[in-house]
Ligand binder design. Structure first.
Ligand code: AHG
Ligand code: MN
Ligand code: MN
Ligand code: MN
Length: 330
């Protein structure tokens, strides 16, 4: 449902955020500022991404991150840019990042928020000019303001998110976020240096005909999932898989489809990380009318225990996800 003071397409993100702040009591201004700080970081990352091939930003660092993945230069740059923007912004007391094992303290112990981020999503696509993204998830801290943030600030569970969003660096750059009252998308106009409201109040279709998974892993999936995918092929659904979660998510959000990252023999809990991939996208998806499950329960209901824990993810048009879950239950 769109809110009474909905602003027209074409307003800037700054104005939109300001308007929401006056219209709702959800923020005292700090969350608004935090969202603006994130938008600033993403403009800087947009710039780095767009000229990566010119300034020696492609390729690997030659090291592994905490996930055991080979870290790309842009993974590291985006991480640094984000941390710096949030340190300077002052509203976040700590961050959790895919690229760092432990809590990153910003030094702003008076900040009321903590942020979990996937600074650069879709590493394998960086060097080949394919869409990549950034994902963020925001919580109000549970520890007292003024003290050092703790693990429990990040392990509150997906239902406690106060905002979540992503930036897709695609054929255009778009920032999509929610604070729990709908989902809105802002396309970046780099000539103005502004994000402009282009996709107000996004609602995802009830049903769809796109399915998205890494079908190269098919033999490793549970037989119920193999059967579901066979049915998708039988019905001549369209297979679409970019291999950047943000890009695959954004397409299916707008067009209607199902995204699957199931458990595999190699990754018994799937590959995607709960805190900075699954939770934030699940929050947005739910706001847009999608259904999101780990195969057993709604993803937002999973009780987190570890910063970098993984979860299977099935998400998209409610009818499609329901059909899949029926397959998985039998
Ligand atoms: P990241 O680049 O942040 O490490 O995330 C990679 C993720 C996600 O973006 C993508 O959808 C998925 O890995 C692709 O996995 P497969 O290569 O196994 O399909
Ligand atoms: Mn990675
Ligand atoms: Mn990722
Ligand atoms: Mn990443």
């Amino acid at each position: 449902t769109s809110h009474p003071l909905a602003l027209p397409v074409g307003v800037t993100l700054d104005r939109y955020i300001m308007n929401r702040q006056t219209a709702f009591a959800y923020a005292t201004g700090e969350l608004s500022q935090l969202l603006r700080d994130i938008a600033l970081a993403s403009k800087i990352i947009h710039r780095e991404v767009n000229r990566a091939g010119l300034i020696d930003l492609t390729g690997g660092m030659g090291v592994e991150n905490v996930q055991g993945e080979s870290q790309q230069k842009l993974d590291v740059i985006a991480n640094i840019r984000f941390i710096r923007a949030l340190k300077n912004g002052g509203e976040a007391c700590a961050l959790l990042s895919e690229e760092d094992e432990e809590i990153i303290y910003t030094g702003n112990n008076n900040g009321k928020y903590v942020v979990a981020i996937d600074p650069l999503d879709g590493s394998s696509n960086i060097d080949v000019n394919v869409s990549i993204g950034t994902i963020f998830s925001i919580y109000r801290r549970v520890t007292p303001v003024g003290t050092l943030p703790q693990r429990e600030d990040f392990l509150q569970g997906g239902q406690e998110q106060v905002a979540a969003g992503y930036i897709l660096y695609g054929s255009s750059t778009i920032l999509v976020y929610t604070t729990g009252c709908g989902v809105n998308g802002f396309t970046y106009d780099y000539s103005l240096g502004e994000f402009i409201l282009s996709h107000p109040d996004i609602k995802s279709p009830e049903d769809g005909t796109i399915y998205s998974c890494n079908e190269g892993n098919l033999e490793q999936y549970d037989s119920s999932i193999q059967s579901y995918l066979a049915a998708c092929r039988q019905q001549q659904y369209t297979a679409r898989y970019i291999g950047s979660l943000v890009a695959d998510f954004h397409r299916n959000l707008l067009k209607g489809g199902i995204y699957l990252y199931p458990a595999t023999t190699k990754n018994p809990n799937g590959k995607l990380r709960l805190l900075y991939e699954c939770y934030p996208l699940a929050f947005i998806a739910e706001q847009a009318g999608c259904k999101i499950s780990d195969g057993n329960q709604p993803v937002l209901d999973i009780i987190p225990t570890d910063f970098h824990q993984r979860s299977p993810l099935f998400m998209g048009a409610p009818r499609m996800v329901k059909t899949l879950l029926d397959y998985m239950a039998t």
